[in-house]
Design a protein around this ligand. Sequence first.
Ligand SMILES: *Cc1c(COP(=O)(O)O)cnc(C)c1O
Length: 415
Amino acid sequence: MADQEQQKDKLSQEQQQNELSQAQPHQAKDSLRPATQVIHTGTEPEEHTGAASVPIFMASTFHQRDIDAPQDFEYSRSGNPTRQAVEKALAALEGGRAGFAFASGMAAMTTALGLFGAGDHLIATRDIYGGTYRLLSQVWPRFGVETTFVDATDVEAIAAAARPNTRGLILETPSNPTLAITDLRAAADLARQQGWISIVDNTFMTPCLQQPLALGIDVVVHSATKFLGGHSDLIAGAIVVDDPALAKRIGYLQNAFGAVLSPHDSWLLLRGIKTLYVRMQAMQKTAQKVATALQAHREVKKVYYPGLIDHPGYGVHKAQSQGAGAVLSFDLGSRERVKAFLTKVRLALVAVSLGGVESILSYPTTMSHAAMEPEERESRGIGPGLLRISVGLEDADDLIADLEQALAALSGGQE
Ligand SMILES: *Cc1c(COP(=O)(O)O)cnc(C)c1O
């Protein structure tokens, strides 16, 4: 017994030394380019066996050798080695000091919104994810937090919504599903001046294409279910911050709410992230082709994609990102035409969600934005003819040919 204890002790000393010796290289890795970072951050070979993949530590609790000497891990809600690996990767990718992984994007957003309390006022973009809209419009008011929704493509409109008790600004750019663009630098500057905490949902871009922290934003939130995971096989969320005081508060809230990512899902997320960069590059290249083809098609009323030069946010988006991403929306004019189109599509899934290796078509009216009242939806350009496509890794020509054959079925319809 004693021998075993001693051995464990030695092992853990080695572990601690090993971790110390790794602290430096970790920091040096921050300067690597995204394609390298996604492969090498948070995923050092396992120290005892050299395993190339981070082990899945399926432990709820950790033996404490000395009750007076705190160890790195004590209980998996507070910290788990597999989750820590993915949290390090997320932090490095977003260029922040601390990353946090959650059981879903909404768990991450809920935790971020836990920074606010009764009597606080928030300003949020009106073009916001339906679930976030539900939290802000239905749930948080019950705890005394009020939100004003504004057209955040106009920074003046954000400034005009300010109240003496405003504490936070919640943004999403490009927005869902109309791909509206907010000038993140200008919004971050305004928030700084006013002493507000600024939060950006960076799900659509991923850190490979847009890094809000570098533009002055305080808190980055992700639905890691989407591009970060990338394979339509897990639900996960993330927060990354750079400010040490905010990191402390988010860490406290993560442990307090307890909506943490499981060890197994942390591993899946890490695995997904390894190919994030190549996936994003390939997908956005195809998305640009799809957007161009749809825009040229007579059955399509309108295309929303920040990679199109006539998109109202084209210039701002180009200046603050490394690409237009893989999500675009298009309007077919009516619900009937959408239904007819969807029955003909062969390749893309028709589903809630985005960011998978397979292209996914969604119908915001009954899917992502079902929680929004119809008038509210219409006023945001989410009409009954709007479809969103998350472009996957299929061959671009195959994908476009499939969409075009489905569109061809609409001609002779209502016109
Ligand atoms: C999906 C999504 C969310 C919610 O994330 P879940 O992982 O489904 O909880 C939040 N924001 C955006 C932009 C999303 O697309």
